[in-house]
Design a protein around this ligand. Structure first.
Ligand code: UDP
Length: 366
């Protein structure tokens, strides 16, 4: 069939690579086992509310080049992510900031907040945090950890906080200003027109085959392209020869409600261990929707098993070691490049995926 590139997966990584390669005159074929493009950024339009089918996606970056790159596919709105957390009957602003501390302790100044955190930390004697629990305690003290981190994290990852890597919690800003912006990044927003439209534009001049799993497709077409860009699960590619990597998956319970505003915010986290879901997303608020109805999704975190969607790589030590073994195998493949969240087994934000695809395209295409 004579393609230069077979791109496995029509998510952001695959679409950016396909766009760049096609621009340079390369012949690309994109295949995806799902019945739609977009990977996990895909949104479904339900009477004007775009439902983030595979979890909420908020684009944010500090990389001006990536922000500028995205502008060719969409303008972004001025949505700023400011989730709230509900713990039992208490409500707090996220990320951890002066609004959170003020509500927790009835204090007003950064100095007062710092003193309380220092007191709470003093007896713990953590000098070099070795895991998420120690990291969270040494940043924020025991109250924030017990009410806002411990239960949520254990639900989200299905593992105790002292068995998880510290970097997971370092994703979140922690600040002594009254600032509820969940991200520290310079640029942020939701694309006007939606994520699916972005990927449609990227793939406008590219041949795409949906409902096409890689395994069966290559069996029937072994020499379809000179190079394969593989964005599926790296362990699946090698037939789980060293055993499966672990992932967390998410089950969404989505409901349409005959009221215009259910929770007053796009993202509400439920941080108590007793509540079975981690958060509720009210999709219309990402785009300031004015519909007279609303759509919410409760997120239930669960361990990945064959047959369901993998979402989050679990970057703990055990999986990191296993991934290195697959990575060594991948390096021996002469005409296959692994990329994206599943191909690189990385807890990637969208801007990092776009950056990685652009880097790879520049490296290969020159
Ligand atoms: N986290 C938490 N409490 C919260 C929100 C987040 O403890 O209310 C921790 C939790 O460990 C989570 C991590 O911070 O896995 C990263 O959260 P983020 O919101 O970035 O996760 P994502 O949106 O990627 O699921």
């Amino acid at each position: 069939m004579g393609y230069d590139f077979l791109i496995v997966g029509a998510g952001l990584y695959g679409a950016v690579f396909a766009y760049e390669a096609t621009k340079q005159g390369k012949k690309c074929l994109v295949i995806d086992k799902r019945d739609h493009i977009g990977g996990n950024v895909y949104c479904e339009d339900v009477d004007g509310i775009r439902v983030h089918k595979y979890g909420a996606h908020i684009f944010h970056t500090s990389n001006k080049a990536i922000w500028d790159y995205m502008q060719q596919f969409a303008e972004f709105n001025n949505y700023i992510n400011s989730p709230v957390a509900i713990y039992k009957d208490e409500l707090y602003n996220l990320p951890f900031n002066m609004n959170t501390f003020s509500k927790l302790w009835g204090i007003k100044t950064p100095k007062e907040a710092k003193e309380i955190i220092e007191q709470q930390k003093a007896s713990l004697h953590i000098t070099d945090p070795k895991n998420l629990e120690e990291q969270a305690l040494s940043l924020a003290g025991t109250d924030v950890y017990e009410k806002l981190i411990k239960g949520y994290t254990q639900k989200q990852w299905g593992r105790p906080c002292n068995e998880l890597p510290a970097f997971i919690i370092k994703r979140l800003p922690f600040r002594f200003t009254y600032d509820n912006n969940y991200f520290n990044d310079r640029y942020q927003g939701i694309p006007i027109g939606g994520y699916t439209m972005i990927v449609e534009k990227m793939l406008k001049d590219v041949e795409v085959r949906l409902n096409t799993p890689y395994e069966t497709f290559v069996k029937d077409n072994p020499d379809v392209a000179d190079t394969v860009i593989y964005t599926g699960m790296i362990d699946a590619y090698f037939d789980y020869c060293y055993g499966p990597l672990e992932y967390r998956s998410v089950r969404f319970e989505t409901e349409r409600l005959a009221e215009d505003n259910y929770q007053g915010n796009a993202v509400v986290n439920y941080t108590a261990a007793e509540i079975p879901y981690t958060r509720i997303i009210e999709h219309k608020h990402f785009e300031f929707g004015q519909q007279d109805f609303t759509i919410i999704s409760r997120e239930y975190s669960m361990e990945w098993q064959p047959g369901i969607e993998p979402y989050y790589p679990i970057n703990d030590e055990k999986n990191a070691v296993l991934y290195q073994k697959y990575k060594a195998l991948a390096a021996k493949e002469t005409n296959v490049i692994f990329g994206g969240r599943l191909g690189a087994y990385q807890y990637y934000d969208m801007d990092k995926v776009v950056a990685a695809a652009l880097e790879k395209a520049a490296e290969i295409l020159g």
